[in-house]
Design a binder for this molecule. Structure first.
Ligand SMILES: Nc1nc2c(ncn2[C@@H]2O[C@H](COP(=O)(O)OP(=O)(O)O)[C@@H](O)[C@H]2O)c(=O)[nH]1
Ligand SMILES: [Mg+2]
Length: 330
């Protein structure tokens, strides 16, 4: 094996003050560190590696659901309540479907809290343009930054469609799937392919009359699915909330706390941590491979393309040859 540079290389030495400032909770440094999380490059990677060593304390909560289901409004209501209980709250909004307004609804409203000078809340909208293939990786690193900076709970809001979003949400400790009444007959969680991964189902906007029907539908679905899954003692609850009237919000917070305690006491937290670490390693490996292939291999890629188009190579064999060329020389 080649000797691998330690994270404490020359680049990291210069940057260690930045890490210390992040650990002290300095907002500007937290924002700067998040920029490093969103880029590649050895210096940024070294910094994020150092941050990661100090992460692992926060309760990471993922909220997912189709657009318009009320996630942003719910995150705001949760954040306000958690702040009132003196909990430090980090928020990460990911909405790749709208690169320009991603997290804007959330941003505009919760930012009022932030702008009111509350140092206990930090909001980040992920820059999804350009994060090709690396969005999940970057989001996990941004969450690490908030974790290391001492935020007790990190709320990740993401639209529940697409592989990136599933990868993002599966790195959370507690997964909340939000469904709204009146957004179509089909169960929205099924549509989004996230029914199975929910730890907690929330029906939002329960100030609306159709909400009880949505609650009943979901409970019916869970009852059907429950037979096969006897592994966990956690029974996935369905909570009706209204961010508007405040109904159910305290119950949701209590359930999040109960789920965190369940994970810890049942030993499931360790299993989940292992699964999350595995996924993050694989994601990082994908990103590294993609970078190497595209950086070193443009000419090789073009040559292989010509041969593939000429019928000489199938895509799989071409890929194998591309990867052979992408290995660093030993
Ligand atoms: N009636 C009612 N409307 C809500 C509630 N929460 C959110 N909404 C509305 O639902 C729409 C979508 O909310 P938003 O939070 O942006 O959804 P997101 O796309 O899932 O983030 C907005 O017009 C909100 O005002 C609620 O508790 N009750
Ligand atoms: Mg939103």
């Amino acid at each position: 094996m080649r000797p691998v540079a330690e994270p404490h290389g020359a680049a990291a030495v210069d940057a260690l003050p930045l890490v210390a400032e992040v650990l002290a909770g300095n907002r500007k440094s937290v924002a700067r560190m998040m920029n490093h999380a969103e880029t590649t490059g050895d210096a940024s990677r070294a910094l994020i590696a150092e941050v990661h060593r100090h992460a692992g304390r926060a309760h990471i909560v993922g909220l997912t659901g189709v657009p318009g289901s009320g996630k942003s409004t719910m995150v705001r209501a949760l954040a306000q309540r958690l702040r009132a209980a003196d909990c430090r709250v980090g928020i990460v909004a990911v909405d790749p479907s709208s690169p320009f307004s991603g997290g804007a609804v959330l941003g505009d409203r919760v930012r009022m809290l932030e702008l009111s000078g509350d140092p206990g809340i930090f909001i980040r909208s992920m820059a999804t343009r350009g994060a090709l293939g690396g969005l999940a990786r970057a989001t996990h690193d941004v969450v690490d930054v908030l974790d290391a900076a001492g935020y007790d709970i990190v709320l990740i809001e993401t639209v529940g469609v697409g592989q990136d979003e599933v990868d993002i949400i599966q790195a959370a400790h507690s997964i909340v799937v939000v469904s709204a009444p009146g957004l179509g007959d089909e169960i929205q969680a099924i549509k989004a392919g996230v029914l199975e991964i929910a730890d907690i189902h929330v029906v939002s906007k329960c100030d609306r009359p159709e909400a009880s029907e949505t609650v009943a539908d979901l409970k019916g679905m869970l009852h059907l699915g429950a037979t096969g899954d006897g592994e966990s003692s956690w029974r996935v609850p369905v909570i009706a909330t209204s961010a508007q009237s405040g109904v159910g919000m305290d119950a949701l917070i209590a359930t999040l706390t109960a789920h965190r305690d369940h994970l810890r006491d049942s030993g499931e937290l360790e299993a989940r941590r292992r699964r999350i670490a595995e996924m993050r390693i694989l994601k990082a490996a994908e990103e590294i491979i993609r970078e190497r292939v595209l950086k070193g291999g443009r000419e090789t890629l073009d040559r292989l393309l010509d041969r593939a188009l000429g019928g000489e190579l199938d895509p799989h064999s071409a890929a194998l040859q591309l990867l052979d060329g992408a290995h660093p020389k030993r």
